[in-house]
Ligand binder design. Structure first.
Ligand code: PAP
Length: 331
């Protein structure tokens, strides 16, 4: 499932008579907080870097009913969810003490549609048809523009959301550490925060991203599970059981008695993963340090960076954006 390392500078958007290139030139664009270009596609702001992979995923990805798709807004708990779902689905294949997570970063064991499956062009990409089932795959693609086959198949989608203020700080600290747009100067905190409040994250859309998956969950809870990072922090054991049931891999009474739920929770805990050698060095795609995916792992770290007035502003936006939807976050 692994693929060749590749940096943003190597992504070739320039082949002649390229449909993608032609389309790209017609799109409205703007710069995000850390100097990366965003383009507006189907009314949704997307990282230009991910535009070709997203279109390729839309065109080529064929979902299977047995697939589990992990969907997230970056910095909402993707790495944690990858570790948990991989461990749940593969618990009869790998005993905990021989888990691939002990020697590979969670982003290596659960590939992402945009970063791993469709990052390159054509045959450079791995063939997901050859992956063992159930295929667990991740994506940051907004619900509305997911590949049709994901929305139309019976595959399951697990979305993890997080308190918006912690998402903002986690994204910002990650980008300051990784400097993905090499020569760009990141915006000052106040300016970046203002952009975030207007609905633009370092990745693209924010409020609509969450609402798209929240509404999909309300419409079809059997197919779309909606989790909150804070709930997992508060009670990991019942959430591991909930995820396992949703994936179709419930724990037997015997497994529960043997403490398998606790073992998986411990293996995937922030403290355990952060301290593994594999996560202290190396990188994802030559762009992002493995260690930067394990920063603090706390609820409410935003208080160390943002003022009460800034929090109030987000609270008000949240109330108006989520009004009547039933979606809430404690700030
Ligand atoms: P991604 O979407 O780019 O893959 P993602 O994993 O969602 O990133 O976000 C990383 C955040 O999850 C970090 O939060 P922080 O910046 O507030 O610290 C990271 O610390 C946290 N995180 C990573 N692994 C775990 C884990 N096992 N348990 C809890 N939090 C975790």
């Amino acid at each position: 499932m692994e693929k060749k390392e590749c940096s943003s500078a190597e992504v070739d958007h320039s082949s002649p008579k390229d449909e993608f290139q032609e389309l790209l030139q017609t799109l409205e664009h703007q710069t995000n907080w850390d100097g990366q270009r965003l383009v507006k596609y189907d009314g949704i702001w997307l990282l230009e870097l991910l535009f070709r992979p997203i279109l390729s995923a839309q065109k080529y990805f064929k979902a299977k009913d047995t697939d589990v798709i992990l969907s997230t807004m970056p910095k909402s708990g993707t790495t944690w969810l990858k570790a948990l779902t991989f461990s749940i689905a593969n618990r009869s294949v790998f005993p905990i003490d021989r888990s691939p997570l002990l020697t590979s970063n969670p982003h290596k064991v659960v590939p992402a549609l945009e970063f791993n499956l469709y990052w390159g062009k054509g045959e450079e990409n791995p063939d997901p048809e050859s992956f063992p089932e159930p295929r667990i795959l991740s994506t940051h693609i907004p619900f509305e523009i997911l590949p049709d086959s994901i929305r139309e198949s019976d595959c399951r989608i697990i979305y993890i959301s997080r308190n918006p203020l912690d998402v903002f700080i986690s994204q910002r600290q990650f980008l300051l550490e990784n400097k993905i747009a090499k020569d760009a100067v990141p915006l000052e905190l106040d300016e970046a925060f203002d952009m975030f409040c207007r609905g633009i994250t370092s990745y693209g859309p924010f409020w609509e991203h969450m609402l798209g998956y929240w509404n999909a969950h309300l419409k079809n809870p059997e197919r779309v599970l909606f989790l909150k990072y804070e709930d997992l922090k508060g009670d990991i054991l019942s959430n591991v059981k909930k995820i396992a049931e949703f994936m179709g891999f419930p724990f037997s009474a015997e497994e529960e008695k043997q403490g398998v739920v606790e073992q998986i929770s411990r293996l995937c805990s922030f403290e355990n993963l952060k301290n593994l050698e594999v996560n202290k060095s190396g990188n994802v795609l030559g762009l992002m340090k493995n260690s930067s995916f394990f920063r603090k792992g706390e609820v409410g770290d935003w208080v160390n960076y943002l003022s009460p007035e800034m929090a109030e502003r987000v609270k008000n936006i949240m109330e108006s954006k989520f009004q009547g939807s039933g979606l809430t976050f404690n700030i």
